[in-house]
Design a protein around this ligand. Structure first.
Ligand SMILES: *Cc1c(COP(=O)(O)O)cnc(C)c1O
Length: 391
């Protein structure tokens, strides 16, 4: 008999939880095969195009043979300088581009590799639940022990740091955080980050703050950087991505910045795993960071209009949803009698709309589904009408 894939998997890989939504995917495909027009609100992938000045920079860069060779491991000097300038402008934080900035093949890549750089077997990583699944899975793959930080609505989906048992905090080497948050769309003020720095100092924990949504914010709200908190540079790093801000998910460009030792450790690991980001893509990234802000503002305004369309429509239909100040997600509590998977199935069968079950982001997420608004307005309107007929 042919061995199954699972038998071939290392024990390390077997620790990765199975894909939870195979059944939901199968039903979606079944409906589509029968000719049903299914609308997906499941993916967080902007449908709007990358800004024109970024495309133009890429066109030029691609024609320059100097970009065709192996890139410098930590990223080009000029990309890292552009990051440092952007940081200064946007957050008033001064970074040394040579020691405190590292280019990444998308922030996911750098998040996934961090536990390999920092954890020894059995070390604890504190991971939010619900949270971006990479934090937990990367910890497991690196033989670390993930400890859940439950995010609940009562505390505005912030973790209660005082709830972490001292025993666990002492074994913790790493804490992942992410605000503006995927999937809950929660935001925080700088005061919360100051608390995090105090905790990190007390227990000698490295903080990895994922700020992928720093620019996707509404109603005048400007999300803070973790590195603005006093002492943050001593304890942690922050991840950023070009993906969401400039609608560049396919380009694969992000960076990590902050504490020089952590940046160096991740950089050392990465020189042994990959050979960096295509220099032409880094030049395009520089153009994005140094270029006009207007294209970003226009995109954010489009997301804001969609947010209102979705929130107002759903509230009229009796859904209890918050109007998020940032990200392009709604985190909606499921009605009594459902869990997140059965409710997503119900929505798919009755409305032909795909939403993401919250349990995919952790056990604590199982009372919620996530709806994204990275779908064109006409399709979103149609989705809202269908969801309104649902109940
Ligand atoms: C989209 C997303 C990322 C990944 O971004 P890339 O730079 O495209 O890898 C990281 N963290 C969160 C929370 C995200 O939602």
């Amino acid at each position: 008999m042919e061995p199954t894939t699972r038998q071939r998997e290392s024990q390390r890989l077997q620790r990765v939880p199975p894909y939870l939504f195979a059944d939901l995917d199968r039903r979606t495909e079944e409906l589509q095969r029968r000719g049903v027009d299914v609308i997906s609100l499941a993916v967080g992938d902007p449908d709007l195009p990358t800004p024109e000045h970024v495309l133009e920079a890429m066109r030029q860069a691609v024609m320059d043979p100097a970009t065709h060779r192996y890139p410098p491991y930590p990223g080009t000097g000029s990309f890292r300088a552009a990051v440092a300038e952007w940081y200064q402008r946007r957050f008033g934080v001064q970074l040394d581009p040579d020691r405190q900035v590292l280019a990444l093949i998308g922030s996911k890549e750098g998040l996934a590799h961090l536990p390999w750089a920092l954890l020894d077997p059995g070390d604890v990583a504190l991971v939010p639940d619900p949270g971006y699944p990479v934090y937990r899975v990367a910890t497991l793959l690196a033989d670390g022990v993930p400890h859940r930080l439950p995010l609940r609505p009562g505390l505005g989906f912030r973790p209660d740091l005082t709830e972490i048992p001292t025993e666990v905090a002492r074994r913790a080497r790493l804490m992942f955080l992410n605000y503006p948050n995927n999937p809950t769309a929660a935001t925080v003020e700088l005061g919360f980050f100051a608390e995090v720095v105090r905790f990190a100092r007390e227990f000698d924990v490295v903080v990895a703050h994922d700020n992928s949504y720093s620019e996707i914010a509404y109603d005048g709200y400007r999300p803070p950087s973790f590195l603005q908190a006093p002492g943050a540079l001593d304890v942690g790093v922050e991840y950023h991505s070009l993906s969401k801000t400039y609608c560049m998910t396919g380009w694969r460009l992000g960076w990590v910045c902050g504490n020089a030792e952590v940046v160096a450790a991740l950089g050392k690991l990465k020189t042994n795993l990959d050979s960096g980001v295509f220099v032409a893509v880094q030049r395009a990234g520089e153009a994005a960071l140094r270029g006009p802000e207007e294209p970003v503002r226009r995109r954010v305004a489009a997301f804001q209009a969609r947010r209102d369309l979705l929130v107002d429509g759903l509230r009229e239909a009796g859904w209890r949803v918050e109007r998020p100040r940032a990200t392009f997600y709604l985190w909606a509590e499921v009605p009594d009698g459902f869990d997140s998977v059965t409710f997503a199935q119900h929505v798919l069968e009755r409305a032909a709309v795909v939403v993401t079950p919250g349990v995919g982001y952790g056990e604590v997420g199982d009372r919620y589904v996530r709806l994204s608004f990275t779908t064109p307005e006409d399709r979103l309107k149609e989705a809202v009408q269908r969801l309104c007929r649902l109940r």
